[in-house]
Design a protein around this ligand. Structure first.
Ligand code: NAG
Length: 86
């Protein structure tokens, strides 16, 4: 999710630089409900784990309404076409 958010922020800046600034909230589709709940800070987890920095980064972008994370079923996750070998 963090890599995806970084890519989205980069694209948002690029679009702005090209003359297409957007204030719209960017939708990030994720097929892992546990990861979504951790990102939204709605579940407890072991805070000593390395994911704390990543979680904070995503949570900050959610709070700023720069991104919103939506659940998508694994079978409908279009990003897999780009990331998983056929
Ligand atoms: C879903 O997210 C949780 C929390 O980050 C992680 O532990 C788990 O491995 C993930 N599941 C899959 C299938 O990627």
């Amino acid at each position: 999710m963090v890599k995806g958010v970084c890519e989205l922020l980069w694209l948002k800046r690029l679009m702005g630089a090209l003359g297409f600034p957007t204030q719209d909230t960017i939708k990030l589709y994720c097929d892992n409900q546990s990861a979504i709940k951790i990102a939204e800070n709605s579940v407890q987890y072991d805070r000593t784990k390395h994911i704390e920095i990543d979680r904070n980064f995503i949570y900050e972008k959610l709070e700023e309404k720069i991104i919103e994370v939506l659940y998508v079923k694994t079978t409908e996750q279009l990003a897999d076409v780009l990331t998983k070998a056929v």
